[in-house]
Write a new protein. Structure first.
Length: 118
């Protein structure tokens, strides 16, 4: 059973920073072969892709977070991270990590709330 366990998140002021972490309970080879992503779902809205990192560490970002957020991965720790700088109130959402591309069902983390106060 694949599990993705998230940590980080919380309440921060406008302009602040947070780091999200997501650890996968899979072998290193499985982790290495899979794209990893971060999604978010604001209250009352649909879930959207925030950032994705491919198996060869190519990163892609939603336009709304480019230049502010950075996705990274560590195969030795089977983990993916999202460093969020310059946070804005509109970044407030529940954030989810995912193993797999946006084109497949994949596996999801449990979600973590990020709240940015103005």
């Amino acid at each position: 059973q694949v599990q993705l366990v998230q940590s980080g998140g919380g309440l921060v002021q406008d302009g602040g920073s947070l780091r999200l972490s997501c650890a996968a309970s899979v072998s290193g080879s499985t982790f290495r072969l899979n794209a990893m992503g971060w999604y978010r779902q604001p209250s009352g809205k649909e879930r959207e892709l925030v950032a994705e990192i491919t198996s060869d560490s190519q990163a892609n970002y939603a336009d709304s977070v480019k230049g502010r957020f950075t996705i990274s991965r560590d195969t030795a720790k089977r983990s993916v991270y999202l460093q969020m700088n310059g946070l804005r109130p509109e970044d407030t959402a529940v954030y989810y990590c995912k193993m797999g591309t946006s084109q497949v069902p994949g596996y999801w983390g449990q979600g973590t709330q990020v709240t940015v106060s103005s």
